[in-house]
Design a protein around this ligand. Structure first.
Ligand SMILES: O=C(O)/C=C/C(=O)CC(=O)CC(=O)O
Ligand SMILES: [Ca+2]
Ligand SMILES: [Mg+2]
Length: 421
C-alpha cells in the first residue's frame, strides 16, 4: 500500500511521504534560517515541530539539533537519530495521524508553501572533495586530453581518484555563475591567452553529505562506511576546459574548477533511497581488501540535464544518465578518503565525479557530448552549442520512480553571466 499524507502530494512530485528530504530555509526575509523537510509543495518547519515537543523519542527528545541554522548538529548525531527523526516525521505527516492534521494552529506555524520561502545551503560545508568515479567519463576525458593509447590511468582501477575542491565557492541552486577568466594554451609563439573562458562546461554529478565523520588518524572500516553518509544532493561541477587543460598538468584541477560548484537544496537521505538500491558494476581487478565490500551497491536514480538559452521558453534535454553507472561506490570513496588517517567532518561534501553512462545520449558534460567542441550539439529552436554561452541556464534533475510515487531531488540550476571586464 502507498503511504499517504494528509497533505496533497501529486504522484509526479519529487517530495513524497516516502522521500522527506532535509533542507534549510527562511519563511521570510527578516526571519531566522531554520531546518525543514520538503513534502509535496510544502516545507515542514522542524523547529516548530521540535518546539511543540513532538520529537519525544529517546535520541532527539532533549536535542537542540532542530533549533540550528544548518543541519550540521543533526548530521553529527548519526543514523539511529536520523531513523528516529524520519519515523516521527513520516508518522506526523501521514493521513491517519491526527496530531498535526487536526491542529490548525500548529499547521499554521509549521507548514509553509515552498514557493514562498527562501532556501539556503543545507549545511555548513567545511571541506569538499570531488571524485572521478565514472569509467565512461574517465575514458572519454583521457582520450580527449591525453590521446587514445592509454586513456584510463593504471591506478584508476585500483583506487577512487579524487582532487580536493574548494568549499568557499559552493553555491546553492539558482545562483548565477560569472564566466571565469584565466590562462589557456599559447597559440604558436604567442604568450598564453588570458581572458574569459571560451570552453565553459557543466558536469553532471551527485554528492554525498557526510554525517558523523571520523577522528584524525582513524581510517573508516569499509563495513561501517555507509553509516557515515547522511544523504545525497545533485551537483554541477562547473568546469572551464581551456583553463583546466593548460593549468592542471601535473597537479590536477585548480582554477578550471574552483570558480563555482552548485548543489541542490534538498538532501535526500540514504533511508529514502534504499528501495532503489541496485548492484554496482563488477570491479575487475578485484579491489584491495580495505576497499572490498560485502555487497557493492548503487542506486537507480535517473538523471537529466537541460540547457535553456536566453529567450527559450523551455530547456533542451542534452543528456540522460543514471547514478547506477558509477564504478566506485559511495562507501569505497569515503573509505579511500580516510585510508591515510584524513578526518572527515559533519557536512563535508564528497562529489561522485561526472556521471557519464555508456551511450552517446548519457554523457555527463559538453566536453564529451561535443568531443571538445568538434561535434556541436543541436538544441531546440535552432540553437547550437560547443560549450556554454552567456545567459545559458543549466538545469540538472534527478529522480527515483517508485510504485505510484517518486523520490526525487528537485533541480540544481545555474545561469551563466558574462565575464567581468
Ligand atoms: O583529467 C581528466 O581526465 C579530467 C578530469 C576532471 O575533469 C576532473 C573531474 O572533475 C572529475 C570528474 O568530474 O569525474
Ligand atoms: Ca568534477
Ligand atoms: Mg567546479
Amino acid at each position: 500500500m502507498t503511504l499517504k499524507s494528509f497533505i496533497d502530494v501529486h504522484p509526479d512530485s519529487h517530495f513524497s511521504l516516502q522521500n522527506l528530504p532535509y533542507g534549510v530555509f527562511k519563511p521570510g526575509k527578516e526571519q531566522k534560517a531554520r531546518i525543514g523537510v520538503a513534502i509535496g509543495e510544502y516545507v515542514l518547519d522542524l523547529s516548530a515541530i521540535a518546539g511543540a515537543g513532538l520529537f519525544n523519542e529517546p535520541l532527539l527528545k532533549d536535542s537542540e539539533c532542530f533549533f540550528q541554522n544548518s543541519l550540521n548538529m543533526f548530521l553529527a548525531l548519526g543514523r539511529p537519530a536520523w531513523k528516529e527523526a524520519r519515523a516521527t516525521i513520516q508518522r506526523l505527516l501521514s493521513a491517519d495521524e491526527p496530531t498535526l492534521r487536526d491542529n490548525a494552529s500548529l499547521r499554521e506555524r509549521s507548514l509553509f508553501s515552498m514557493d514562498q520561502v527562501e532556501l539556503l545551503l543545507p549545511a555548513a560545508i567545511g571541506d569538499y572533495t570531488d571524485f572521478f568515479s565514472s569509467m565512461h567519463h574517465a575514458k572519454n576525458c583521457g582520450t580527449i586530453f591525453r590521446g587514445p593509447e592509454n586513456p584510463i590511468p593504471v591506478n584508476w582501477f585500483h583506487l577512487p581518484i579524487a582532487y580536493h575542491g574548494r568549499a568557499s565557492s559552493i553555491l546553492l541552486s539558482g545562483t548565477d555563475i560569472i564566466r571565469p577568466r584565466g590562462q589557456s594554451f599559447p597559440v604558436g609563439n604567442s604568450p598564453p591567452y588570458f581572458g574569459p573562458s571560451l570552453k565553459l562546461d557543466f558536469e553532471l554529478e551527485m554528492a554525498a553529505i557526510v554525517g558523523p565523520g571520523n577522528e584524525l588518524g582513524k581510517p573508516v572500516d569499509i563495513d561501517k562506511a555507509e553509516d557515515l553518509i547522511f544523504g545525497l544532493v545533485l551537483m554541477n561541477d562547473w568546469s572551464a576546459r581551456d583553463i583546466q587543460a593548460w593549468e592542471y598538468q601535473p597537479l590536477g584541477p585548480f582554477l578550471g574548477k574552483s570558480f563555482g560548484t552548485t548543489i541542490s537544496p534538498w538532501i535526500v537521505t540514504l533511508e529514502a533511497l534504499e528501495p532503489f538500491a541496485c548492484d554496482a558494476p563488477k570491479q575487475e581487478p578485484h579491489p584491495l581488501p580495505y576497499l572490498t565490500e560485502k555487497k557493492s551497491k548503487n542506486y537507480d536514480i535517473a538523471l537529466e540535464v537541460q540547457i535553456k538559452p536566453t529567450g527559450h521558453k523551455e530547456g533542451s534535454v542534452v543528456t540522460k544518465s543514471n547514478f547506477k553507472y558509477l564504478y566506485w561506490t559511495l562507501p569505497q570513496q569515503l573509505v579511500h578518503h580516510t585510508s591515510n588517517g584524513c578526518n572527515l567532518r559533519p557536512g563535508d561534501l564528497l562529489g561522485t565525479g561526472t556521471i557519464s553512462g555508456p551511450d552517446r545520449e548519457s554523457l555527463g558534460c559538453l566536453l564529451e557530448l561535443t568531443w571538445n567542441g568538434q561535434k556541436p550539439l543541436s538544441l531546440q529552436n535552432g540553437a547550437v552549442r560547443k560549450f556554454l554561452e552567456d545567459e545559458d541556464e543549466v538545469i540538472i534533475s534527478g529522480c527515483c520512480q517508485g510504485n505510484g510515487y517518486k523520490v526525487g531531488f528537485g533541480t540544481c540550476t545555474g545561469r551563466i553571466l558574462p565575464a567581468l571586464l
